[in-house]
Every structure is written in structure tokens, then in C-alpha cells.
Ligand binder design. Structure first.
Ligand SMILES: Cc1cc2nc3c(=O)[nH]c(=O)nc-3n(C[C@H](O)[C@H](O)[C@H](O)COP(=O)(O)OP(=O)(O)OC[C@H]3O[C@@H](n4cnc5c(N)ncnc54)[C@H](O)[C@@H]3O)c2cc1C
Length: 312
């Protein structure tokens, strides 16, 4: 049944399709079994047509950015995953404003390319996000941030499709950004965002970014695949410190390991499965609750839980 619905979607023009695509290739954890269909629309028109047909056919789907905050299950999934790199991957410089210069970034653009573009063009304001492996859409949805700043800091406007497929724009004042959330509905599809940036010498920005990247290299286990921080920091506390004090730093289930360098990261030492990672997450949650009475909240999102149009 689902197979025939997915086949119907294959006839939509201008969409790159891969059937039974291993999600391990599309997540930074390098974990995940095959998904029935991976679709990359090549234009916004093709994206709208794809979403419209998925909605009419009742095909469950998820939007994936860089897959850097997502854990995909090991089992085959009868659904569609949509990537936006081709449909809205552009960076478009805009006009000067009273305070700086506008820059529009498509949701499918890589954050790394956005930060690189800003450095090259002497635009200051987004360098805090250097080293966060994300697309602009994923970073906006999650309100990606570091100790140097958040993507919402320089945001002027977000463009998105709502659950009815209607294109809408929200000014920064209409949003309620918080810790790892932009406060947007789960079923929106972000198309892009506009940022207001200051002028700054490229050499100054380069130096600032290098300092940030150096600090990240020192404190984060970047040698192995991961999805960054697994849990949100509870108010006034650090999830990593709690897990470490609960005795789980370095704890391992098969090839999934609570990092020896940073206990809020789970790393894939080779052939970890989603089952291994989920079991480690459970153990960390139980140990921290048992030791400190603190309930950890997951930052990592499970692919089946971010699925829209889920099968009834
Ligand atoms: C090595 C490493 C370091 C990291 N460091 C940080 C850090 O310093 N700070 C930080 O905040 N995070 C960090 N992360 C986590 C991750 O990079 C961020 O959460 C990032 O914002 C996710 O972006 P993404 O494009 O990969 O989104 P994904 O992980 O693919 O998706 C995340 C969520 O966003 C949704 N989404 C993605 N694109 C869209 C769209 N266009 N419209 C609607 N919804 C969308 C997805 O459906 C999903 O629910 C790190 C991860 C790794 C692996």
C-alpha cells in the first residue's frame, strides 16, 4: 500500500528520488536503516508539488537537514524523507539597512557555507555558529546556539510553509526563540531566513572563527560520528557533568559510547546501532535520575517522532 503511494510520488517532475536509501548516509551519527524514499526536490515548485501530493496521498514524511540532531531507527521505514539542499540552497545578499546589511539564506544551505560567505564578504553576526554542522533550516528550527550566540540573534524574518502548504513569513518579533527551539509548529517547512549583519574586516572574523573552532576542538569529541549534545542542560546545571558524576563517562554498549571527552555526547565508535544509542540514552537518564533526582530532557530527535502525516 505505502509502496504504491511512494511510487505515485516518483512521477512528480524535478525531484531527485532514491528508493530504500540508508539513513546512516544522511545523519551525522552514521546510524539508521533504509527509508522507503529519499526525495530532493530541485526547485521550490517541485517541493510544493511533492508536499501537496504527500498530503493528499497520506504519505508520512520528515524534513531532514544535515541530520546532525537526528537519530534514525535501524528498522526499514515506510515513509519519505525530504532534503532541501537543491530546492532552497541559495545565499542572496540584500540591501543596506540603517543598522547593517541584509542576507537571505535558503533553508537547504549549509550553515558552514553561510558562515564562510559572511567571513569572505566582511559580514559580522553569525560567526558564533562556526562549527555547528547544520543546514540553515535545521539551525533555524532548533535555534542553534553556542556560548557565543544564537542564530536568532541576527534573524529578521523566517519564510515557511504552514501545515496547509500556505507560504507565510514571520518577523523576529513574532517568534519566541528559546533554548533549542524557535517556537515554530512541528509541521512547518522552513524555506529560508533573512539576517541583518554588520560590516567587519574579514581578517577579524577569520580570527574570531578560528578561536571558536579551536575551543570546540579542545572540548568536543569530534573524532567520531555523533549528534552533538544528547540532552538539554537542565536549568542551572550541565547534563554532561551530571552524567559524569553518575559514573557513566566512557560507558559503552557495543560501538555506542558515552564520550570520554564530553559525557553529554554519545559517539559511534564504528558500527553502533540506533538500539545501542537509545539504550545508552536510557541508562544515562536512569542513572542521573537515580543519583540526583533530575530528569534529563532529550535534545536529539528520533526520526519517527518528527514524522508528519504519520500513518494512523
Ligand atoms: C558535532 C556536532 C556539534 C554540534 N554542536 C551544536 C552546537 O554547538 N549548538 C547547537 O545548537 N547544536 C549543535 N549540534 C546539533 C545540531 O547541529 C543542531 O541541532 C542543528 O541545528 C541541526 O541542524 P540540521 O540541519 O542538521 O537539522 P536536522 O538534525 O536534520 O533536523 C533537526 C530538526 O529540525 C527539523 N528541520 C530541519 N530542517 C527543517 C526545515 N527546513 N523546516 C522545518 N524543520 C526542519 C527536522 O525535521 C528536525 O526536527 C551539533 C551536532 C553535531 C553532530
Amino acid at each position: 500500500m505505502m509502496n504504491s503511494k511512494l511510487r505515485a510520488l516518483e512521477s512528480i517532475p524535478d525531484v531527485e528520488i532514491r528508493r530504500d536509501e540508508p539513513l546512516a548516509r544522511h545523519t551525522t551519527f552514521r546510524v539508521g536503516g533504509p527509508v522507503g524514499m529519499l526525495a530532493r526536490p530541485r526547485s521550490q515548485g517541485a517541493l510544493f508539488a511533492l508536499l501537496d501530493s504527500a498530503s493528499h496521498l497520506g504519505v508520512p514524511f520528515a524534513i531532514l537537514g544535515e541530520g546532525s540532531n537526528v537519530l534514525a531507527p535501524d528498522e526499514p521505514l515506510e515513509m519519505m524523507v525530504i532534503e532541501l539542499h537543491l530546492a532552497c540552497g541559495g545565499l542572496i545578499p540584500g540591501s543596506r539597512t540603517e543598522h547593517g546589511k541584509l542576507l537571505y539564506a535558503g533553508a537547504g544551505a549549509r550553515l558552514r557555507d553561510l558562515v564562510g560567505f559572511c567571513i569572505k564578504n566582511g559580514l559580522q553576526g553569525l560567526e558564533a555558529l562556526a562549527g555547528v554542522p547544520a543546514t540553515v533550516g535545521g539551525a533555524l528550527f532548533m535555534n542553534a546556539s553556542t556560548s557565543w550566540g544564537a542564530i536568532s540573534d541576527r534573524l529578521v524574518q523566517i519564510d515557511l510553509l504552514d501545515s496547509q502548504g500556505v507560504k507565510r513569513s514571520f518577523r523576529r518579533e513574532q517568534l519566541s526563540p528559546g533554548y533549542r527551539t524557535m517556537g515554530l509548529p512541528e509541521d512547518c517547512v522552513i524555506l529560508g531566513g533573512c539576517f541583518e549583519l554588520d560590516s567587519c574586516a574579514a581578517a577579524v572574523l577569520e580570527e574570531r572563527v578560528e578561536t571558536i573552532l579551536e575551543k570546540r576542538r579542545k572540548t568536543q569529541p569530534l573524532r567520531y560520528p555523533s549528534a552533538g549534545s544528547v540532552f538539554k542542560n537542565p536549568p542551572g546545571l550541565f547534563a554532561g557533568a551530571l552524567i559524569e558524576k553518575a559514573g557513566l563517562k566512557g560507558h559503552r554498549i557495543n560501538d555506542a559510547q558515552i564520550s570520554e571527552k564530553h559525557a553529554n555526547w554519545i559517539v559511534n565508535r564504528g558500527t553502533a546501532t540506533a538500539k545501542d544509542v537509545l539504550e545508552l540514552m536510557d541508562r544515562a537518564e536512569n542513572a542521573v535520575f537515580g543519583t540526583f533526582g533530575v530528569r534529563l530532557e532529550r535534545e536529539i530527535r528520533i526520526l519517527t517522532q518528527i514524522c508528519r502525516n504519520p500513518a494512523k
